[in-house]
Design a protein around this ligand. Structure first.
Ligand code: LRH
Ligand code: MN
Length: 426
């Protein structure tokens, strides 16, 4: 299913009038507030989010998995599906692969497929949380932090293999998430686990190409339910510093204990120049991997407010990697990802409306109420016409979800792939 310019033009013809009224009204409001609408539109158009290759099929839980039919069962089909998202939104210009779920058979063909879909390869993800068939060592008791040196060696070599795969695809970063930890108190010595993890990460880091980054993703629990070796931002930050300047902390929004102030973590990491990127999703309880902005949209806005401040004031922090990490149990994965893309751009656009100078001045006068009003005025602004305008200007559609349905894309995928195709991944 390839979406061409004619599809886009036809889709926008139907909704352009409505859109124009909304956009003209909003840009007139923003002009009156001395907001540079064109600058905001440029920033929105430049904002590209990487789509996880493992979130294009129906996810599942230990209690069951409900297929969504027409799932991509090959890497080529996964790239095509991300291509559909990018054709509609012009915001999903990259795919993030997970190895070994997505090992390319023919690198040139895969790169060509990505090119045809207007995509690049973002971070490659290693997987030392599952045992591979015929693997010499098991990761039951850990991988990079395993007490068994041979298991650590195996996990280090896997990460180096992932870097080599990424290099062939033009990726420039490796994401390392460790499930390593313990299920029971007393099961592991915290210090020896952390020492092994640090030394193993340093071994991987020593093989990192000069122009690459290594993202260290933290998580408080699951699949281990007593302790996790890289449990929080502080541990990841410490390990990134121990590795070197090409190592950074990756913030997965679902990897925080309830009520954690994630925007403060983001602010601190940017100040220290060690924020590498994000795995966007949302959650009510644990690592639910739900649709971005579907549970705590204001918290997402507050995170973007710190990101906008950091991008303006922290040149010591490099450009960030924007990625979604979600899992879909009952929704069409592509519809879910379209909603997540919209929620991410919406939070960013609202944060761009915060007058950072005005806010700083109110903070310095301890005018608490005014600080809140400045934030909430931006948050309460319906910025959706800005997102639609930025998409239309970039060659996308005004209303992606509506077009996804009116173009009957899922039906087309099922016709093409049948009812029983299953995607690798979570
Ligand atoms: C761990 C995680 C990690 C991925 C996996 C698919 O919960 O967030 O980023 O490797 O999900
Ligand atoms: Mn993640």
């Amino acid at each position: 299913m390839r979406i061409n310019k004619q599809h886009i033009a036809d889709e926008n013809k139907n909704s352009s009038e409505n859109h124009k009224d909304g956009f003209d009204f909003l840009s007139h409001q923003l002009d009156k507030q001395d907001k540079d609408v064109n600058a905001i539109l440029r920033k929105l158009a430049d904002f590209q989010v990487a789509i996880p290759s493992w979130a294009l099929g129906a996810g599942g839980t230990r209690f069951g998995r409900f297929s969504y039919f027409g799932e991509p069962s090959t890497l080529e089909q996964k790239i095509d599906d991300v291509g559909v998202l990018h054709a509609l939104t012009k915001t999903a210009g990259a795919i993030s692969l997970h190895i070994p779920w997505d090992i390319p058979q023919d690198y040139d063909a895969i790169k060509e497929r990505a090119k045809i879909n207007g995509l690049v390869f973002d971070a490659v993800n290693s997987n030392t949380f599952q045992d591979q068939k015929d693997a010499k060592e098991s990761y039951r008791f850990g991988s990079l932090s395993n007490l068994n040196a041979s298991a650590r060696e195996q996990a280090i070599q896997h990460n180096i293999d992932v870097i080599n795969i990424g290099e062939k695809l033009g990726s420039k970063s490796l994401t390392v998430w460790l499930a390593d930890g313990a299920n029971f108190a007393g099961q592991r010595n915290f210090q020896s686990s952390l020492i092994h993890a640090e030394n193993s990460l340093k071994s991987i880091y020593s093989e990192l190409p000069d122009d690459w980054k290594m993202f260290i993703e933290y998580k408080p629990y699951e699949p281990n339910f007593y302790s996790t070796v890289i449990q929080d931002w502080g541990t990841s930050f410490m390990l990134a510093n121990a590795c070197g300047e090409k190592a950074y902390t990756l913030v997965d929004l679902g990897h925080h204990l309830p009520n954690t102030n994630i925007e403060q973590i983001v602010s601190t990491l940017m100040l220290k120049g060690k924020l590498g990127g994000f795995h966007f999703n949302d959650s009510k309880y644990g690592d639910d991997d739900s649709t971005v902005g579907s549970v705590k949209p204001y918290a997402l806005f507050l995170i973007f407010n710190e990101l906008v401040y950091g991008m303006e004031n922290n040149p010591q922090n490099p450009d960030l990697a924007w990625m979604i990490d979600a899992s879909h149990n009952i929704k069409d994965p592509l519809e879910d990802l379209l909603q997540s893309l919209e929620a991410i751009l919406e939070a960013y656009a609202k944060a761009l409306l915060v007058d950072q100078e005005e806010l700083k001045a109110a903070q310095e006068r301890n005018d608490v109420t005014l600080c809140q009003e400045i934030m909430q005025n931006a948050y309460r602004t319906d910025v959706r016409p800005l997102l639609a305008q930025a998409r239309a200007l970039s060659g996308g559609v005004i209303n992606p979800l509506k077009s996804y349905r009116s173009l009957r894309i899922r039906e087309g995928l099922i016709k093409e792939r049948g009812m029983n195709s299953v995607a690798t991944g979570l």
